[in-house]
Design a protein around this ligand. Structure first.
Ligand SMILES: [Zn+2]
Ligand SMILES: [Zn+2]
Length: 336
């Protein structure tokens, strides 16, 4: 993608490390030698269509959860750094109609330190999230149906799909805007004046145009490469957002469940078997892909044990998967 990564969360994480390094009196490049920052988050739609993140952010010694946290890394220092990073993180939107927008987090932020007693609800004594506890959370998350209520459960492929949607006008406008922003543009070769209409344009009777195959329109990226030949390996910045692909999700293409790689092991196991779970459909619709998977959540709301049939079902599926994995390992060992 052209320019800096257009990802608010990624930028936030960078700022957070910067502020923490500053608080510790460390040059930023030495931060990793002194501490490790890891996070896990869940994205959730609010009714008005904006995304709300629940994030768990933890600060450990350089080796991670098993390592002693440096003396300077107090809960207050982390809280202050989060507040600063939240307030100062901004990205610039791609250019639309000749201008750009500064995009930032909303003002609402609620930081709650997770005390060691609460952390035990999701992780073991080594600081690793356990399957069972994670299952409790994922089940809670999945049954909440994030995405179902505020977004549309199927990809938008045509304007007619939008017209047929049974959603609020507010959500329809968001979806329509995403659709329109990613619209093809008039072909620079056969429509240099910039107007193509599907009917009555007459361009299809004109001489063959290899640029648009006489369609009269091209993607923004084709035009982008025409205007920026040196960036031939990059898509148009708006195209890069894949707004039509994600229009049904109100153009949110981020991953709904994500965490830094230090948190990734337990969930990777879940991913491998996720077809067993009731929420598989949700995950698929949310666009969670193999290289991105990851989980997490709002630790303070998790309790120990299974409160609902969904949680039990999920936990049982995980246990079954572990048995299968053991059997599999066993059979491989025997063959050796
Ligand atoms: Zn053309
Ligand atoms: Zn035309």
């Amino acid at each position: 993608m052209a320019g800096p990564r257009r990802d608010l969360w990624h930028r936030f994480a960078t700022y957070l490390k910067r502020y923490l390094a500053h608080a510790a009196g460390l040059p930023q490049r030495l931060f990793a030698e002194h501490a490790r920052l890891s996070f896990a988050k869940v994205a959730e739609f609010q009714r008005r269509g904006v995304i709300h993140f629940h994030a768990v952010i933890r600060l450990d010694g350089p080796e991670g959860a098993g390592d002693a946290t440096p003396g300077w890394a107090t809960s207050d220092v982390l809280t202050d750094a989060i507040r600063l990073a939240h307030a100062n993180t901004a990205i610039t939107s791609p250019e639309v109609d000749g201008r750009t927008w500064e995009l930032a987090f909303g003002e609402q932020i609620d930081i709650r330190p997770i005390r060691p007693a609460d952390a035990g609800q999701v992780e073991d004594d080594r600081g690793v999230i356990t399957d069972d506890r994670l299952a409790s959370y994922v089940a809670k998350y999945a049954t909440k149906g994030t995405g179902k209520s505020e977004a549309v459960d199927r990809r938008i492929r045509t304007q007619a799909d939008i017209d047929r949607l049974k959603v609020t006008e507010h959500h329809r406008r968001i979806i329509q805007t995403a659709w329109d922003l990613a619209a093809p543009v008039p072909c620079p070769d056969c429509h240099p004046e910039g107007f193509h209409t599907a009917e009555g344009c007459g361009c299809e009777q004109a001489q063959y145009c290899a640029t648009c195959n006489n369609g009269g329109e091209v993607t923004r990226t084709v035009l982008w490469h025409r205007l920026h030949p040196e960036q031939v390996d990059k898509p148009d910045p708006l195209d890069a957002l894949k707004l039509r692909h994600w229009a049904h999700m109100l153009a949110f293409r981020g991953h709904f469940l994500s965490k830094s790689r230090y948190y990734s092991v337990p969930f990777r196991q879940i991913r491998d078997d996720r077809r067993q779970y009731r929420h598989e459909e949700v995950l698929t619709e949310l666009g969670v892909t193999d290289d991105s998977i990851t989980v997490i959540n709002d630790w303070s709301l998790v309790s120990v044990g299974h409160r609902t049939p969904e949680e039990r079902e999920l936990a049982a599926a995980i246990a079954e998967r572990q048995r299968e994995a053991r059997k599999h390992r066993h059979s491989i060992e025997r063959k050796d």
